[in-house]
Write a protein that binds this ligand. Structure first.
Ligand code: PAF
Length: 183
């Protein structure tokens, strides 16, 4: 598994893979992997020739009262875990690579973001789909795998992909629950 930090290098890697007629499955994450993430990676490896896992704690999807700085981050730990799966690339861009200081664009899916989590966290889904759209453009996956755990997020991403005519298959992985001591 290789780790790529640069957007240009990531994009070049994907272009090479696609030019050779191979397919790419993307698992977008914010890191600090657990069994749920590993299951998404395992499913992705059955769906395409190559697997890219993105690891980016996306500042755009955090509200002003949500503490971005407290979000757990451990690239060495996550790399070790992803390397144990069939992951070809761990794409871990920096904030400044992803968002230039004059970054001013937000995508918005109307309607389904007005309820549930979207209602409680204004701007959250705009941040989510803006970063997912950037990841799709950089990595150019044929398939992207998301957990059904964040069901509204999955619906919003599916809607964006349909509305924008992206030729990307969005796959929802069933919820994986860890065994609890009292069961
Ligand atoms: O579900 C997540 O971890 C994030 O919302 C995502 C899809 C990686 C976008 O930052």
């Amino acid at each position: 598994m290789q780790t790529i930090h640069s957007l240009a290098e990531m994009s070049r890697w994907s272009d090479g893979i696609i030019a050779r007629g191979n397919s790419i499955a993307l698992v977008p994450t914010m890191g600090y992997f657990h069994e749920g993430h590993l299951n998404l990676m395992r499913l992705a490896s059955r769906l395409a020739d190559f697997v890219v896992v993105s690891l980016f704690v996306n500042p755009l999807q955090f509200g002003p009262l949500e503490d971005l700085s407290c979000y757990p981050r451990d690239l060495a730990r996550d790399s070790g875990m992803a390397a144990g799966e069939n992951v070809d690339v761990l794409f871990a861009p920096t904030d400044s690579e992803m968002y230039s200081s004059d970054f001013n664009t937000r995508l918005r899916v109307e309607g389904i973001t007005d309820t549930l989590c979207g209602k409680q966290r204004p701007g959250h889904f705009e941040g989510v789909i803006t970063v997912v759209a950037k990841l799709f453009n950089i990595i150019k996956p044929h398939t992207a795998v998301f957990g059904r755990k964040d069901f509204q997020q999955l619906c919003v991403i599916r809607k964006m992909v349909r509305d924008l005519n992206w030729d990307i298959k969005i796959v929802g992985h069933p919820i994986v629950r860890e065994k609890t001591a009292w069961l």
